[in-house]
Design a protein around this ligand. Sequence first.
Ligand code: PHE
Length: 336
Amino acid sequence: MGNPATDEIEQLGAAAVDRITGAADLDALAAALAEVTGKGSPLAGVKRSLGGLDADARREAGQVLNRVNGDIGRAAADRRAELEAAVRAERLAAERLDLTEVRPDRSVGHLHLVTQAMEELEDVFVGMGFTVAEGPEVEDDWHNFTGLNIPAYHPARDMQDTFFVDLGEPGDVVLRTHTSPVQLRVMERQAPPIYVVVPGRVHRNEARDATHLATFHQIEALVVDEGITFGHLAGTIEAFTRAYFGEGFGSRLRPSYFPFTEPSAEFDIRRPDGTWLELGGCGMVHPTVLANGGIDPERYTGFAFGFGIDRLALARHGIPDLREILSVDVRLLEQF
Ligand code: PHE
C-alpha cells in the first residue's frame, strides 16, 4: 500500500501497545496511556496531519488509525485488569487474619479427662460384649422414679434431690438424677437378651464441694436374659474391675438397698495396697421394674449396676477436688 501514513500509524500503534503492556503498575499505566494517546502524542500528531492527505489516503489512514486506537484501548484495559488483580491479591495477603493458634507441644488439643474416662469405660464394656445405649437427660417422673419402683412418698427420693423442669404437669419433668431411667427405656425398645451400658450426664440438687457436684456423670450396666443370677452380677463386676483397673485390683459387694433392685448391693474396689474405694450400686433388676419395661419377670431375670465416672477420673489423676474438672483453665486441663 503506497500510503506512508498508514505504515507510520501501524508502527506508532505497535510501540504504544508495547508501552502499555510493559507498564509496571497502575500509575505507570496511566502515564503511558497519556503519553501514547494524549494531545502531545505522536499518534495525535499523525491524526492532525491527515488533513493534508488526499481523500482516499485520508480514509485509509483514518481506518488504520481507528483500528490502532482500538488495539491500544484493549491493551490498556487488559493491562489494567491484570494490575488491579495483582493489587487485590496483595491486599488480601496483607489483610489475611490467621485465626489458628499453633502451640508447639499440643497443636490439636485433646478430650476432657471425664470424656476420656467415659470412652475408656465404654471400650472395656464393649470388649466384654456390651453395646452402648443412651437416653434423655430431661426425663419424666415415670422413668426417673415411679417406673423404677420409687413412688412419690418414698424416702429414696430424698437421696436424689431433684431439679424439676417447668414443663407439663408440675413436678413431672426432671433433669435425670441417675442413668437408671435408661434401663426402662432400653427395655421398652428392645426384647431380651439385653447387654447394654449407658454412659451419661446426671443432675442433683447438691451444694458443690470437693466431693460433690450438681452435674456429674454415671455409667450404668443392664443385663436381662434367661437364667441370669447374682453370681453373674458379681462375676461381671470382678471382670470389669480387672479389665479397667488392672490385675492386682479386686471387688466386693456389700448388702444395700435400692428400690429398683432386689437384692441390692454396694460394690467396692480393692486397690493393690489393700484399701477400698467405694464405687457404686448394683443388684438384681426388681421384677416390678422388668414388668414396667414390658418384660416377663417369670421368664427373664437381670442385673444392673451404676457408678459415678467423675470421681474415678479424679482418683486416677490424683486430683483432690471434684470442682477442678469444671475448670476452664487450660493450664490444668492440658496436664491430662
Ligand atoms: N442409680 C443408682 C444411683 O444413682 C445406682 C444403681 C444403679 C443401683 C443400678 C442399682 C442398680 O445411686
